[in-house]
Design a protein around this ligand. Sequence first.
Ligand code: NAG
Ligand code: NAG
Ligand code: NAG
Ligand code: NAG
Length: 374
Amino acid sequence: MGLPRGPFFWLLLLIAAACSGILFALYLSAGERYPGPRSRARNSASSQAFIGPKASNSGTRKSLRCRHPLSLDIRRHPHFRGLFNLSTPVLLSWPLFTQELWDSLSQHKAPYGWQGLSRQAITSTLRLLNGSESTELFTGSREPRPHCIRCAVVGNGGILNGSRQGRNIDAHDYVFRLNGAVIKGFEDDVGTKTSFYGFTVNTMKNSLISYWTLGFTSVPQGQDLHYIFIPSDIRDYVMLRSAILGVRVPEGPDKGDRPWTYFGPEASASKFKLLHPDFISYLTERFLKSKLINTTFGDLYMPSTGALMLLTALHTCDQVSAYGFITRNYWKFSDHYFERIKKPLIFYANHDLSLEAALWRDLHKAGILWLYQR
Ligand SMILES: *[C@@H]1O[C@H](CO)[C@@H](O)[C@H](O)[C@H]1NC(C)=O
Ligand SMILES: *[C@@H]1O[C@H](CO)[C@@H](O)[C@H](O)[C@H]1NC(C)=O
Ligand SMILES: *[C@@H]1O[C@H](CO)[C@@H](O)[C@H](O)[C@H]1NC(C)=O
Ligand SMILES: *[C@@H]1O[C@H](CO)[C@@H](O)[C@H](O)[C@H]1NC(C)=O
């Protein structure tokens, strides 16, 4: 007797379910300033990290409408309070280039210093970074600007293979990627949005060579995408200058390179950002001071590109989620998410991945970032 009513009943149930789904999405987004499709895509795990009972308003940075700005957790944390200095300039631009800076940086060797580097090459590059878009990470095109800046930083760790985190990643206001960030074929796992791509010329070119056959055949490009140059060598300054001017690289190991083959046809200073060498030193000194510094590999040691991007996000965004970063159970996963056959993660002497793993774990525990784990 229920039979004739069957299909109709199920249809009603479906509509009711759909409505409650929409209502639930609205409920979730009610507190956000700009509810949009991203609110619906949030997964409960990542929401949980940020929707806490704590009252928000830190009042300091651009986080007026943020329910749970990371600056608040930093200030409350006995250890991290003393490490973070959110006033440290993150980017280097022409207005910050003073005689004093030159004098201090030329006393330190690369990767963080300018000792032995051509002043002319550095000056001619920095001179091009004189607009407001060179002093801040978040500028320009995005209107209205979110009051609570939510960022996802996507490392390339094997943990992302089969993770189906793509929608959650794309739901953030800004997405940072780095090095061999393969997207095609992995959209469900890593998303498609890229706001920032971070690299050194060395790591970018190595990624193109090493991961070409695994699908990394070009650096991410797009209108809303900005490049974050990590200075580790004079090459980075020379490439950056050539990229802004839209000319072939005139000298050095990359001589003859056409920057537009990496970064697309749009050549303008607003497309490119340069991390401040003092910011990298500060990060290394405070967060990633490895014992390797005192070994024969000391001169090679540098935080990984992923670590630099994640810490950059932590110094510029109000909320940060980290995907594809090293976790305690890293041995369960391949080195990179785009590998077809499992390849173990190797700890080379130029990075200290154990130290980085401990840092992400501690920052996650402190509620300062949310680390994707499984
Ligand atoms: C934080 O950094 C700013 C800018 O470099 C500096 O002026 C200030 O003294 C630093 N604060 C602390 C507590 O180290
Ligand atoms: C940089 O911008 C400032 C202010 O707009 C201007 O006064 C200065 O001449 C510019 N410097 C260069 C090297 O273009
Ligand atoms: C490296 O050695 C110096 C002097 O021996 C010491 O002061 C410093 O703390 C050491 N650094 C690390 C990271 O172990
Ligand atoms: C990653 O995922 C792909 C497709 O799901 C699969 O074919 C491949 O074997 C996986 N790689 C590893 C290392 O597990």
